[in-house]
Design a protein around this ligand. Structure first.
Ligand code: C2O
Ligand code: CU
Ligand code: CU
Length: 420
């Protein structure tokens, strides 16, 4: 095999996981019974992934946020039947970031993700390795996948019991597939790679003490400089890397990440040990929006509308046979996405596009907040909000764009752009 390349095998499997002590829950996972392995990639790598469907239903392997050809992207057209396998190959050309992967079979995405199919992808590059950020996996560089689930009285995952009007809202929080975890940290700067891996729930993360933290990365790369925040909201599929400096916090009292309503998301157990002293550099990236990009005309307009199963994009539901838009490979276009409220007021739709990282030009005509001035592949769009993005596809193929409330996506809030 190519020395500079990496070869992976990713198997979608069904298994049993002890989420609750002494009970086995039937779950799905990649290369194991629940969730997935970490896929580590480096910019410049040629990667080969053998994907194998060991489930007893169709599935696909979608690499959320990865810039690959449409044929490798794992959208609903790349469905593998039980027992089938497919090898995909691509070159990593994008910068350091935290991406993820999950299935995307037509109409079944929500349930398969719910059952446990999700994993993380780390991309590293020369920049990420030279910034001196906390990078000891599991110690001061920690992935956190937040997912809400509902279990039945036999402690089995119950997709239909969790179903609300607009998707599954679980009554039990799992972090990295674990019930009631506590995170042990030293008194040092700790980097948390947050993924909202829920199907439909939003999270607003903040410290119970009201202290601030810094955000260092968006979905697709580092911010130019760390942005100080007291809270951050992530809608389904969004990621953020944040750094909490436990050496500066008063650890006499319990410390925890809490949600908007004050409920505890993740308690910390801070040891007396001083950890590594690291500085977060003031300059981390060279993300920019050019004057040219700012002056481009809008060439694609999308209108998100509806709730429950009455969700549409431009008045239409997904049709695998219909190409909604075309775009030239390598050409930057401005898409304008509007979330049209209904008489009930409407709701936030987290909008995602496959195969590309994009730039947010404006929200309702205004510059996006500082912590959104970086590469994004998913963006929250509020009722009556208009968002403009600049997007360029590096590869050819057919790519999905959709609401990442997975039940909205399965209900047809999805379209296709063909890049030629
Ligand atoms: Cu997370 Cu269609 O993707
Ligand atoms: Cu995606
Ligand atoms: Cu939606």
């Amino acid at each position: 095999d190519d020395e500079k390349g990496s070869v992976y095998t990713v198997r979608a499997q069904k298994g049993k996981t002890e989420i609750f002590d002494g009970t086995e829950t039937v779950t799905y996972g990649y290369n194991g019974s629940f969730l997935g392995p970490m896929i580590r990639l480096e910019k410049g790598d040629t990667v080969k992934i053998k994907t194998v469907n060991e489930l007893d239903e169709e599935t696909t392997f979608h690499w959320h946020g990865l810039e690959v050809a449409g044929s490798a992207d794992g959208g609903p057209h790349e469905s593998l039947k039980p027992g089938e396998e497919k090898v995909i190959e691509f070159k990593v050309e994008q910068e350091a970031s935290t991406l993820w992967f999950h299935p995307h079979p037509e109409g079944k995405t929500a349930e398969q993700v719910y059952n446990g199919l999700a994993g993380l992808i780390y991309i590293e590059d020369d920049n990420s390795k030279s910034l001196g950020l906390p990078n000891e996996y599991g110690k001061n560089d920690i992935p956190l996948i937040f997912q809400d689930r509902t279990f039945d009285d036999k402690k089995q995952l119950n997709f239909s019991a969790a179903m609300n009007d607009d998707g599954t809202i679980g009554d039990t929080l799992l972090i990295n597939g674990t019930l009631n975890p506590k995170l042990a940290v030293n008194k040092e700067k700790v980097r948390l790679r947050l993924l909202n891996g829920s199907n439909a729930r939003n999270y607003t993360f903040k410290l119970n003490t009201g202290d601030s933290f810094v955000q260092i990365a968006t979905d697709g790369g580092f911010l130019n400089k760390p942005v100080t925040l007291k809270e951050i909201t992530l809608t389904p599929s969004e990621r953020a890397e944040i750094v909490i400096d436990f050496s500066q916090l008063d650890t006499e009292n319990e410390l925890a990440l809490i949600n908007e309503d004050g409920s505890i998301l993740l308690p910390f157990e801070v040891s007396d040990q001083n950890g590594k002293v690291s500085e977060i550099p003031g300059e981390m990236n060279n993300f920019s929006i050019t004057e040219e990009e700012k002056s481009l005309p809008v060439t694609k307009k999308l209108e998100l509308f509806g709730m429950m199963d009455q969700v549409t994009i431009n008045g239409k539901k997904f049709d695998p046979e219909r190409i909604d838009f075309t775009q030239q490979q390598g050409e930057t276009e401005v898409w304008e996405i509007y979330n049209k409220p209904d008489e009930m007021g409407g709701m936030i739709h987290p909008f995602h596009i496959h195969g590309a990282q994009f730039k947010i030009l404006s929200r309702n005509g205004e510059e996006p907040p500082e912590n959104e001035r970086g590469w994004k592949d998913s963006i929250s769009i509020h009722p009556d909000e208009t968002v403009k993005i600049a997007i360029q596809f590096k590869h050819k193929g057919v790519y999905m764009f959709h609401c990442h409330i997975l039940e909205h996506e399965d209900n047809g809030m999805m379209g296709q752009v063909k890049v030629e």
